[in-house]
Ligand binder design. Structure first.
Ligand code: 5GP
Ligand code: MN
Ligand code: MN
Length: 472
């Protein structure tokens, strides 16, 4: 992987186009993170993406970049309307994303004992682990069609939350253009049962304490203060999105051959945006996007119920409010530099600056909060984008990013794991069940977040630390 990385200002590197590349690639990393680029295939994957038809300058690697299927995780690829759409550039967990809830509760008021009760109660309401069925499946089966076409509005109509919350979700909780007829029966069956479930692995519900306010004005606008209890929810479209991604990776691979598109690897299987297959994937993907926003909405509702049960207070008196919900695996139409582009973000989060007209009204003056989870033992961040982000299609990193593969992380010892977790409470019976999610398996979130901060591309607003985590 002897790519020629040319330094271009602070924490920015360019791979000038060569071979079949149609555009340059750009990576945002500092010197320490740059050395990790040579340990996996992420640069090659970025270079491959830069060869696809319609790709717009540049293809981007975020500070948390690591190898994925097709496009690297932490990759952003914008395509013009004459180009292609790729399922692998969205990812298997379509609209995996993060949602943050604020409260009026203070961490000092929640004892260890209460935290234990809270995660127990959260697990009582929210099924965790791979392949679990939702507890609301009676309702969710009935409204399933409405959910996939109309998104969060549909679950709110069914009683999960209130309409004001729509303004606090990317896209208002609904990506237009969804069509269930583009989705296989198999995917539909998996989806109907799994709405309202967390899933396995890296997905989590975390009770956090706001550890530090880094921008007073913005924190105030987001309802955040030091010492406060917040809840972060990370999950996506479960088996529904996974099945859609699996189905369409095959369909788009065949389509690429049919339309004579030179696809460098299976993970980048792609078809023209306006082809039958391309349109069909978009419709199915949008269905999964709507499913995932709705999934996080139902889980939020259940989490609030758990707090009500344990603390024996109504939600209103605890000040629960949705701060924001962001997608980090998605492709959607956005306007950039006067052009309509299909922006594929895979392990990347949109972050619109203050005044950008696509902000929700509630955050027009500030820019919307972008949520960056770190790990269950370190920290997570709320940041806001600045105008500097225009060159990345207003995208930031979606996390700290993996440093060790799941297999490699299995060799972390019990002592190392416990030291990294400190006082944080977790739901797993044995450390072995979640050692591959150890904080040591991820890059240093402080360093990763600082990459764009130092470029003046993001403003850090708050640092949150975990108190108790429910892992999938
Ligand atoms: P992904 O969507 O790529 O699986 O994960 C997004 C990011 O979440 C990871 O890059 C990692 O930094 C972060 N993360 C993973 N597990 C946890 C967790 O349990 N708690 C928090 N706060 N962050 C996590
Ligand atoms: Mn996911
Ligand atoms: Mn995710």
């Amino acid at each position: 992987q002897g790519y020629n990385l040319v330094r271009e200002g602070v924490n920015k590197w360019r791979i000038p186009k060569l071979g079949k590349m149609r555009v340059d690639a750009v990576v945002y990393v500092n010197d320490a993170l740059k050395s990790l680029l040579y340990e996996d295939q992420s640069l090659r994957q970025l270079v491959n993406a830069a060869t696809l038809p319609g790709v717009v300058e540049p293809v981007i690697g975020m500070p948390d970049i690591h190898e994925g299927f097709g496009l690297p995780i932490g990759g952003v690829m914008a395509i013009d309307k004459h180009g292609v759409i790729s399922a692998g550039a969205v990812g298997y967990d379509i609209n995996c994303g993060v949602r943050l809830l604020r409260t009026d509760l203070e961490a000092r008021d929640l004892s260890k004992e209460i935290l234990y009760k809270l995660i127990e109660r959260i697990e009582h309401y929210v099924p965790t682990g791979i392949g679990k069925k939702g507890k609301h499946k009676g309702i969710t089966r009935r409204i399933f069609d409405d959910v996939v076409h109309n998104g969060v509005e549909a679950v709110i109509r069914a009683g999960f939350g209130s309409r004001e919350e729509l303004d606090y979700i990317e896209e208002g909780g609904r990506l237009a253009g969804a069509d269930i007829s583009a989705v296989s029966k198999e995917a539909q069956e998996r989806g109907e049962e799994q709405l309202g479930t967390l899933g396995g692995g890296n997905h989590f519900i975390e009770i956090q304490r706001v550890d530090r306010i880094l921008d007073k004005k913005l924190a105030e606008a987001f309802g955040l203060f030091e010492g406060q209890i917040a809840v972060m929810i990370h999950t996506g479209s479960r088996g529904f999105g996974h099945q859609i991604a699996t189905d369409y990776t095959k369909i788009l691979w065949e389509a690429a051959k049919k339309y004579g598109i030179d696809v460098p690897e299976k993970g980048l299987a792609a078809a023209p945006i306006d082809s039958k297959e391309g349109k069909s994937y978009y419709r199915a993907m949008a269905a999964a996007v709507n499913f995932a926003f709705s999934n996080r909405q139902i889980i939020m509702y259940d989490v609030v119920k758990a707090f009500e049960d344990v603390l024996k207070k109504p939600a209103e008196s605890m000040g629960f409010k949705l701060v924001y919900d962001v997608a980090h695996n998605i492709a959607k139409w956005e306007r950039h530099g006067g052009r309509d582009l299909l922006v594929h973000r895979k392990g990347a989060t949109r972050a619109l600056p203050a005044g950008h007209n696509q902000n929700p009204t509630s955050y027009m003056q500030t820019g919307h909060p972008a949520l960056i989870p770190g790990s269950m033992g370190t920290g997570s961040y709320v940041v806001v984008g600045t105008d500097e982000l225009a060159e990345s299609f207003f995208s930031v990193n979606h996390g700290a990013g993996r440093r060790l593969s799941r297999t490699k992380a299995k060799s972390i010892t019990k002592q190392e794991f416990e030291k990294a977790m400190g006082d944080v409470i977790y739901n797993a019976g044995s450390y072995k069940d979640i050692v591959d999610e150890s904080p040591l398996a991820y890059k240093d979130v402080e360093e990763v977040v600082s990459v764009l901060v130092k470029r003046g591309a993001t403003i850090p607003v708050a640092r949150l630390v975990p108190l108790a985590v429910v892992k999938g």
